[in-house]
Structures are given as C-alpha cells and as structure tokens.
Write a protein that binds this ligand. Structure first.
Ligand code: MD6
Ligand code: FE
Length: 216
C-alpha cells in the first residue's frame, strides 16, 4: 500500500526498521534536496568545515560544522555542546527553516511527534574518511530521537546495540535517506565505514550528513 500511494515519486521510499525505535526512511529528503544543499552552503560559508581534535589527540577524518543554538565540538578538553563556534568566537549560524521542517517531518514519520531540535551537526566525508563506533551521549535530552540525513556518496553505516561488543548491522545509506532513532535505540553504538571513492552528480566527491538533535 505504501508504495502505491506514496506521494514521494522517487521510487525508493520504503521505510526499513533498524530495531525498536530506529527506522530508515529511504529517499525521504529527495524532494527538498536542493533547498537543503543551498542552506548547507550558507551555513558552511558562515562557519566553515574543520577537522576537530578528539580528547585523545587524534584529528578526526570527517570535517564538521554546526548550526542551531548549540553545536557539537571536540578538542583536547573533551566533547561538548557550545553555543559558539570556537574558530570564530561567534554563535553558530541559525538552524535553516528547511532543516527544522525536514527533521520534524522525519521524526513524526518515525513515530516521534513533537521533535524540536536545537542542534545540527554537519559531517563532511571525503574518500577514506570514517567515523569510529560511538554512542551519541553528549546531549541532555535522551528522550528525544536523532534525525540523520545522508547526502552525496553512499556509505556503509554500522548500527550496533547498547554495548560496544554487540553485533552490528551494516546499513547502506544513500543520497536522500534519513535515519531516525530514539527510544530504546537512542544510545545504540554506531559508526560509518571508510567512504569509498566516487562522484555524486549534485554533491560531488563527498558525503554530507546532518544529524539533528535536541542537545539542551
Ligand atoms: C554519519 N552519523 O552518518 C554519522 N549519530 O555520518 C552519526 O554519528 C549518527 O547518523 C546518531 C544518530 C544518527 C547518526
Ligand atoms: Fe553519532
């Protein structure tokens, strides 16, 4: 039924469960991708992508920036949310309305009504970049889900359980897909395998990921 009556006409819009409280909305973002990419360019213009340092002293392979009233940052002092961009000393750019609207619609589709994100972390992966297995636990609000938007080159997402050693699903994330997780999956371990080289027609030789959260 969903396929026949779906109003997103891209032919790849099936929802896939990743576990309790975790769902992949295939192609959910394709109908607003141009607005999202334009807003992303404005954010990156005001707060350029940079590679941050972990508390252990490693430089992360993915470059990051943020928008919203809080931004996720890491340096030798630790991981945290900060209202200001440490590179400029200014507040992070405001959350573009198209991000907020998309995140609220995706969360509702996944069963999380009333999601109001205040933070959007933007990751940029070039070929070879990856994200090691981690939990998202720097937010104050574990009752809110996380909405994760994938654009550009495809990646293999690792989605595990609540313990680091739990087995992981390997989930292909493609341009326009949105993953949402919360509830019992909110603290699931997850990561991104090294990005394979390629060229995406609109995004180029990279993958962009937006994760929208309620941090404060
Ligand atoms: C990424 N995403 O897909 C990295 N975290 O580039 C994340 O680390 C992430 O996609 C929490 C929830 C969804 C995610
Ligand atoms: Fe994460």
């Amino acid at each position: 039924m969903r396929d026949l009556f779906d109003d997103r006409a891209d032919g790849q819009t099936r929802n896939e469960s990743l576990g309790v409280g975790a769902v992949l909305l295939r192609g959910f973002c394709v109908d607003v991708e141009e607005e999202v990419l334009a807003a992303l360019r404005q954010v990156a213009d005001a707060a350029p992508f940079r590679r941050m340092t972990t508390p252990g002293g490693y430089i992360m392979s993915a470059a990051m920036t943020n928008c919203g009233s809080a931004g996720w940052v890491t340096d030798r002092a630790g991981y945290r949310y900060d209202a200001k961009d440490p590179e400029s000393g200014k507040r992070w750019p405001a959350m573009p309305p198209v991000f907020l609207d998309l995140a609220m619609r995706a969360a509702a589709e996944a069963g999380f009504e009333g999601f109001l994100p205040d933070a959007c972390l933007i990751n940029r992966y070039e070929p070879g970049a990856k994200l090691s297995l981690h939990q998202d636990k720097d937010e104050r609000a574990f009752d809110s889900p996380i909405v994760s938007v994938s654009l550009g080159l495809p990646a293999t997402f690792l989605f595990g359980g609540l313990r680091r050693r739990d087995p992981q699903q390997r989930v292909p994330l493609r341009h326009g897909d949105i993953a949402v997780w919360g509830g019992p999956s909110r603290l699931a371990y997850h990561g991104v395998m090294p990005l394979k080289d390629g060229e995406h027609p609109t995004v180029g030789r990279r993958r962009l990921n937006l994760t929208l959260r309620k941090a404060l």
